[in-house]
Design a protein around this ligand. Structure first.
Ligand code: HEC
Length: 136
């Protein structure tokens, strides 16, 4: 039993050292924030505007195709699909600085929601294809 615990502790510290993105930030999102709905969610132009903000601010860490790099997670994933718009808006406002995700609290609210619309579109197959077309 002791040995099992030791191995578990080793695994845990390795994760912490590498700063593995494990989605633990999701547990810190208050219920009221989680329930927030993107006010721009029915505007197609919002996701496209979000793509341009993404290229400026986010692509350097998460990759232009949101494929992720090292400890910077891919932004197309099962975990992303399981998030609410409110979760994403909360993370953008607060960041997760000890794991390397900056806070975007000075960004105008509308721009954060545009980003949320873009991230949502990446995790919704039909719309992702639409944006793929728009990029060419
Ligand atoms: C300096 C590098 C850096 C920049 C710039 C950055 N991020 Fe991150 N981001 C990270 C890291 C590192 C994590 C992992 C944090 C964690 O483990 O909780 C992360 C996590 C995330 C997550 C959570 C993903 C998940 O699966 O848990 C989202 C969503 C996200 N970033 C969106 C963005 C957006 C949108 C932008 C641009 C406004 C952005 N990031 C800019 C480094 C960055």
């Amino acid at each position: 039993m002791k040995r099992v615990m030791g191995v578990a502790a080793l695994g845990l510290s390795a994760c912490l050292l590498m700063g593995a993105a494990d989605g633990s930030w999701l547990r810190r999102v208050p219920a009221a924030d989680k329930a927030r709905v993107n006010p721009l969610s029915d505007q197609k132009a919002a996701a496209e505007a979000g793509f341009h903000v993404y290229e400026e601010e986010c692509a350097k860490c998460h990759g232009r195709e949101a494929q992720g790099k090292g400890n910077r997670p891919a932004l197309i994933s099962e975990r992303m699909k399981s998030t609410t718009d409110g979760d994403l808006a909360w993370l953008l406002r607060n960041g997760n600085s000890w794991k390397g995700m900056p806070s975007w609290s000075v960004m105008p609210d509308a721009e954060r929601w545009q980003l949320v619309a873009y991230l949502r579109s990446l995790n919704t197959p039909a719309e992702a294809q639409h944006l793929e077309g728009a990029r060419q």
